[in-house]
Design a protein around this ligand. Structure first.
Ligand code: ADP
Ligand code: MG
Length: 600
């Protein structure tokens, strides 16, 4: 066949394939253009998941009449001049590809008027060909309408999902930009229905309320560099509070909101990151945040995070993917650890106590009406609150895992132990109502922190058994003994092979004396349990030990012992969850008790 240069309409489609994957990609490019144009309101409209129509209306600077055609030329951009500029990017677009790519695979109508001109322009293109052009009066700004996406690339069309799925991607996109740009007013209409509206107050907290709803927003914790103050309403980063610890450049800042551990999701879709105000999907940032929640969340649950990372543009490469959705940091580790520490700090500083308030209480008819009116006042547009891209996980999130959180309570309040319930829970009274503590979980937290400290100082107390104990293991368990001899010794075990897969236990951690030693050892050596928990051998060993040495459910506790436990729990750094992330206590506030008893 021989080598030939491809004709332009083919190369255009190839290029379009890289940028335009689905309707949400169109939304992304058009919204980014609106933001780059300095718009303060951005209105997005989609029909049939965006395949029928995507329209973005902005009040930005518009395109001068004599540049309109050029905007659709490939590699035509008003934002970048030289190759060096690639490392000093301050706009969301810079590749000059989006309009050309979108136009190649759809029917486009663009109406624009530059602020400096008295008349605007309308152009219509199909498959990249200019069909029509006229002068048209309009207020300054731009409206881009994309219809029949992929009409000339049927293969692409086949890859699209159902309309609701495509719509949810578009919604996730608009939501993310609404959170990245709280000073802009975003509106999203889906098949004529208003599904998202933000007020554009400039405060991230308000945008969170608009997007996630008041109840969720109230459970979010503010991450400010260095945590000088806790002011949930303010986005502004206090001057002079930049991260400068550990030799980090002062230009690296991390701020935003993360969920209190009691509020969590069944997937990672609620982890949003903005690097220099660009929404990016970055697995390592997500991992850094999840690391910060280590031991605070139940297995399989994920936090919500809306985090801004600000770095010197020279420190980050955004030009590694045509959709600009991934970035590469020059110093990945530094950014990772700054994010992790910023989040960990707020979690440790705030230590929110789970409450039982979020379980929906049936409302009376009058109460419904009152709330409805209130909601109406707060949202003049009558907007419905929408979770970002979370439509599908609603049910999962209604599980009782989601309990309310008491904000800004540092440490534990002074608790007076009242008694024990079901040989399982400690009943205590605090400054605001009643507290129920899970005796096993609470003791696990106490022992875990103690053991971690002992382990850190290489000083785990160990005790020789008067008579060595023989324990029969499975062959795979016996193999673990050989591999992790060192670790086992350091936590206080002295184990010896005793023929076959039997071992001889000579010494055990002091805390394990009098407990079921064989069961503890067998669980520690269980590779499957370790893998399932997804942690290191060390962590698995410590947690298993703690689990086997702590007070169990079903144990009657004398008052003095319960008081002692509560006092020790007060000393821990994270008193509100056990090492496995389950709550150690729940709180019934005085107000809630009053409500439940109808005392108002
Ligand atoms: P890029 O954003 O990478 O420059 P695009 O193809 O998205 O490339 O847009 C090409 C050019 O068209 C932009 O550089 C900008 O000058 C102009 N443009 C596109 N959309 C708008 C808009 N909504 N308002 C003003 N100018 C726009
Ligand atoms: Mg662009």
């Amino acid at each position: 066949m021989g080598i030939r240069v491809l004709p332009p309409d083919v190369t255009a489609k190839i290029a379009a394939g890289e940028v335009v994957e689905r309707p949400a990609s169109v939304v992304k490019e058009l919204v980014e253009n609106a933001i780059d144009a300095g718009a303060t309101t951005v209105r997005v409209e989609i029909r049939q998941g965006g395949r029928r129509l995507v329209r973005v209306t902005d009040n930005g600077e518009g395109i001068p009449a004599d540049e309109v055609e050029l905007a659709f030329a490939r590699h035509a951009t008003g934002k970048l001049v030289s190759a060096e500029d690639l490392f000093d990017i301050h706009t969301l677009g810079f590749r000059g590809e989006a309009l050309a790519s979108i136009a190649a695979v759809s029917r486009v109508t663009l109406v624009t008027q530059a602020a400096s001109e008295s008349i605007g322009t309308l152009v219509r293109l199909e498959g990249g060909e200019l069909l029509h052009r006229e002068s048209k009066g309009r207020v300054p700004g731009t409206v881009v309408t994309i219809e029949n996406l992929f009409y000339n690339t049927p293969a692409r069309l086949k890859f699209l999902r159902s309309d609701p799925t495509e719509a949810s991607h578009a919604l996730a996109l608009v939501t993310s930009y609404a959170l990245a740009y709280p000073e802009l007013r975003f509106t999203l209409l889906k098949d004529g229905r208003l599904v998202l509206q933000t007020m554009g107050t400039g405060e991230l907290y308000n945008a969170l309320v608009d997007v996630l709803g008041l109840q969720v927003a109230q459970q979010m914790l503010l991450v400010v560099p260095q945590m000088l103050q806790v002011v949930p309403q303010k986005l502004e980063v206090p001057a002079g509070t930049e991260e400068s610890l550990d030799g980090q450049p002062a230009t690296l800042r991390v701020w935003g909101y993360v969920s209190s551990p009691a509020l969590n999701r069944s997937n990672r879709r609620s982890l949003l990151f903005f690097v220099n105000r660009r929404w990016v999907q970055d697995g390592s940032l997500a991992y850094a945040v999840e690391q910060a929640y280590h031991t605070l969340l139940p297995r399989g649950r994920h936090p919500i995070a809306v985090l801004n990372v600000q770095v010197d543009p020279a420190e980050v490469d955004v030009n590694i993917h045509p959709t600009k959705r991934e970035v590469r940091f020059r110093n990945q580790r530094q950014v990772f650890s700054a994010v992790q520490r910023a989040v960990r700090r707020v979690l440790i500083n705030e230590r929110p106590i789970p409450g039982v308030s979020a379980r929906p209480v049936p409302l009376t008819a009058e109460e419904w009406e009152r709330r409805r009116q209130f909601a109406h006042v707060r949202q003049p547009g009558g907007a419905r609150m929408v979770d970002p891209g979370m439509e599908m996980q609603r049910t999962a999130d209604r599980e009782p895992v989601v309990v309310g959180a008491q904000r800004k309570l540092t440490g534990l309040p002074m608790l007076r132990v009242v008694g024990q319930l079901s040989q399982m829970y400690i009943i205590a009274e605090g400054p605001d109502g009643a507290y129920l503590l899970d005796q096993h979980a609470a003791h696990e937290r106490v022992l875990y922190e103690k053991l971690k400290a002992q382990r850190a100082s290489q000083n785990v107390p160990s005790q020789a058994l008067l008579e060595p104990l023989t324990v029969e293991l499975l062959p795979q368990q016996a193999a673990v003994v050989g591999e992790h001899q060192e670790l086992l010794l350091q936590v206080g075990f002295e184990l010896e092979p005793f023929g076959g897969s039997t071992i001889l236990v000579r010494r055990v951690p002091a805390a394990l004396v009098g407990k079921d030693i064989a069961a503890a050892i067998s669980e520690i050596l269980d590779q499957d349990a370790k893998d399932e928990a997804g942690m290191s051998w060390e962590e698995h060993t410590l947690r298993t030990l703690v689990c086997h040495t702590s007070i169990r459910a079903g144990q009657t506790l004398p008052l003095e012992e319960m008081r002692d436990l509560v006092r020790q729990l007060e000393q821990t750094s994270l008193p509100h969850t056990c090492p496995h992330g389950r709550p150690t206590m729940i709180h019934l506030s005085a107000a809630q008790l009053e409500r439940e008893f109808g005392r108002h």
